[in-house]
Design a protein around this ligand. Sequence first.
Ligand code: SAH
Length: 508
Amino acid sequence: MSEKVAPDAVGTVWLVGAGPGDPGLLTVRGAELLRNAEVVVYDHLASPELLGLAPRDAEIVYVGKSASNHALPQEGINDLLVEKAKEGKNVVRLKGGDPYVFGRGGEEALRLREEKVPFRVIPGVSSTVAAACYAGIPLTHRDLSSQAVLVTGHEKSGKAESVHDWDALARIGTFVSVMGSARLPDIRDSLIKAGKDPLTPAAMVEWGTTPRQRSVAGPLSDLPEIAREAGIGAPALLVVGDVVRLRDKLNWFENLPLFGKKIVVTRTREQAGALSEALKKLGALVLERPVIKVREIHPNPALDSALSRLGEFDLLILTSPNGASFFLKALFEKGLDARAMAGPKLAVMGPGTALPLKEKGIIPDIVPETHLAEGLLEALKDLAPGKVLLPRARETRDVLSVTLKERGHSLEEIPVYETLTGRDVPSDVVLDPDDPPDLVTLTSASCAKGLAALIEKDKRPFVKTVSIGPVTTGAALDEGFAVAGEAETSLIPDLVLEIIRVLAGPGA
Ligand code: SAH
């Protein structure tokens, strides 16, 4: 790690606030430290997605379940931090929310100091503000409350009397409690007994800032029953005060169009990113489960030869984003660049295929609106017969090549990649019978085949899918899946629009 504090053998321990759950709420500093960690010690409130930032060879240690069920008691965690630092390792201790807000970060830091282990503390976005925020509750507001107090509902065990001064707490504008789910009726009784109006608006926010967030609200007197009926459990934040009234107007997160919808993205890991990000921004819970793998055909003497004769062709057709990417890769590996493509006209199957080319500064001459061989053939219908280079997938529909040949073109067809299906995905992940996804996205015919390889035939009609275009839809229907919608074009924003229509549109 670049940030060794002590020059000798002792490593440094970084107590890093992981934020409240939404991985995007980790600080920039926290992310940088995770990327350089040798050991990461985390517990159940730190979003597991953040662990992906750590280097592959980092040691990842899980130390906690929940308040009542510690995987490792606090003393054991303290010992572990000291031990790893003394091994010379730089340790990131990732703690939910902010390390010093009811996080026992203070206890860990004191122990490190006692052992002369260098430590640093990076604050985090605390759930005490963030869960309220994502539930539409500002903790203060000039007209409603100019004070807020944070308390724990889980007081240190062994004490007979509450340590809280309830009379004082009842007078504060906004009352916020962590770890209050189990003791909610007691907290309500104590506040009301101390003079809080039973009709004060109150809310519970469970798993705030995550796609699993749920919130309920009602008068303080009834909140424990409302929360119990809704099955609200830990981790949850309790907020009591007039500010809760703003929730009706400010609850933006739970009103996102895809909020809480569980959507499976089946495309390859390399390609899933853009779609997953777009869906997450709309509030969806995205599960990336690649059902296909795309492999370059290598070595590829036929492609090699064609690349050195590119100038001879009248037309170069690239039929998929993968095909375009592998073609460019082979071109660059040969020591050539975009100038080698200057001779032939360049046609692509659809706007999605144009994207990897545009990224390299290459603008195709012919881009049909739809991602379909038929659309491309229509666009090419007036082209005089000539020499056509067609790098493509090993397994593909032949309508393009058959028609071009019929029109008198001379074709050089070269497979540049192949698609493997049915690997890496346990079927129960996609179709957990207890918790099925709301939707599965299919972005190619091979995704439909790959998904089919993992799901028994009689279960497929119950898998709701949205497809990226007619060929994919055809393949999905052939395999027996239910296709609830089809994107207007093969571009991700259009697929996302279709997903919104299916899951959140009128009649959804
Ligand atoms: N240091 C943490 C709090 C740790 S105490 C922070 O600053 O957020 C653990 C308690 O925090 C939980 O019992 C719950 O009351 C609250 N909490 C943590 N994450 C939460 C979340 N995503 N939504 C609601 N409450 C949460």
